[in-house]
Design a protein around this ligand. Structure first.
Ligand code: MN
Length: 275
C-alpha cells in the first residue's frame, strides 16, 4: 500500500522586494528561515508573481554579481530573461524555458529582461530556485544548461487533462534532459478543476509543493495560490486534489545531509570556504 506524504508546514508568500529594477519577488522559502534538512538540496526560491511592465528602452534587471558553490535555476514563466557572464557566455531564457546554471567554483553574471521583451512590454513572471551542490562538487567548473519549453517531455496522466512537464529527473517513462549533481525531480503540473493525481516519490526524499495558480488539497489541508507546502519525509506517494484549474510546481530531492554556510551570493559548507 502506498503511504501518502503529509504536509509538515505551509508558508504564505513574504512581502515583495525588488532585485535590481526588473524582478519584483517574494522569497517563498530560504535556508535562512527554514530548517535546512527539510528543504535540502534546495536552498531558496524567489517568485516574481505576474506583473505588467510597459514597453521601455531601459535595461531592467540586475547588474554583475557573483555566485559560488551552488546552482541557480531560472524559470521564465511569462516573458524572457537575458543573461551574460564573466566567461563570455550568455543567452535568452524564453517563455516556458529554463536556465540551469552551475555556479560551482564561481561566476559573475548579470540578469535582465530580454531586449525584445522590454521593447514590446507585457506580463512578466519568473521563478529563481537555488539548488545546493554536494560538497565534493562545490568547486566544479561553471556550466550552463539552457532549455526551451519544447525541450521538456510532458507526461499526460490517464486522469483527463492533467499534464506533468518533467523539468528535472523522471516521471514514469519520461526523463528530463537536465543534468543534476544529486537526485532531483522537478515537475510542473497543470490540471483542470476537480481533478486528482497520485504518483510515487522516492522514500526519504524532501518534497515542496508550490501553488502557482488555483488551489489544491493535500490530506485535509488546502494550499492556496502563492503558498508553499513543505512535506514530511515519510511516505512514498503524493496525492493532490486540484480544487480549481491549477498550475503546481513540485520540487523533490534527496537531502544532502551536509552543513550549509550561506553568505550573500555564496553557499559553502563552512564560513572559511566562503571567501
Ligand atoms: Mn544571479
Amino acid at each position: 500500500m502506498p503511504e501518502q506524504k503529509k504536509i509538515q508546514k505551509i508558508i504564505a508568500p513574504r512581502e515583495k522586494h525588488w532585485v535590481g529594477d526588473g524582478f519584483h519577488v517574494s522569497t517563498i522559502f530560504s535556508m535562512h528561515s527554514e530548517d535546512v534538512d527539510s528543504i535540502s538540496p534546495f536552498l531558496l526560491m524567489d517568485h516574481a508573481a505576474p506583473r505588467y511592465f510597459p514597453p521601455t528602452q531601459q535595461k531592467l534587471g540586475v547588474g554583475e554579481h557573483p555566485h559560488r558553490g551552488f546552482e541557480t535555476v531560472t524559470f521564465a514563466i511569462k516573458g524572457e530573461v537575458e543573461h551574460r557572464d564573466s566567461g563570455g557566455g550568455g543567452g535568452t531564457i524564453t517563455t516556458g524555458g529554463i536556465q540551469w546554471m552551475t555556479a560551482g567554483s564561481g561566476v559573475v553574471h548579470d540578469e535582465f529582461h530580454s531586449r525584445e521583451f522590454s521593447e514590446k512590454g507585457g506580463d512578466f513572471e519568473m521563478i529563481q530556485l537555488w539548488v545546493n551542490l554536494p560538497s565534493k562538487f562545490k568547486m566544479t567548473p561553471p556550466r550552463y544548461q539552457s532549455f526551451a519549453e519544447a525541450d521538456f517531455p510532458v507526461h499526460r496522466l490517464e486522469n483527463p487533462g492533467i499534464t506533468v512537464k518533467v523539468i528535472a529527473g523522471s516521471f514514469e517513462s519520461v526523463t528530463s534532459p537536465v543534468q543534476t549533481f544529486s537526485p532531483i525531480n522537478i515537475y510542473e503540473i497543470n490540471g483542470p478543476s476537480q481533478s486528482q493525481l497520485e504518483f510515487p516519490l522516492p522514500v526519504g526524499s524532501n518534497t515542496l509543493v508550490f501553488q502557482l495558480s488555483g488551489n489544491s488539497t493535500l490530506g485535509n489541508q488546502t494550499i492556496d495560490k502563492g503558498n508553499l507546502a513543505i512535506l514530511g519525509r515519510s511516505g512514498d506517494s503524493l496525492n493532490l486534489e486540484l480544487n480549481e484549474e491549477s498550475k503546481v510546481m513540485i520540487l523533490n530531492g534527496e537531502p544532502l545531509g551536509e552543513p550549509v554556510a550561506a553568505y550573500g551570493p555564496f553557499v559553502m559548507n563552512t564560513r572559511q570556504e566562503d571567501s
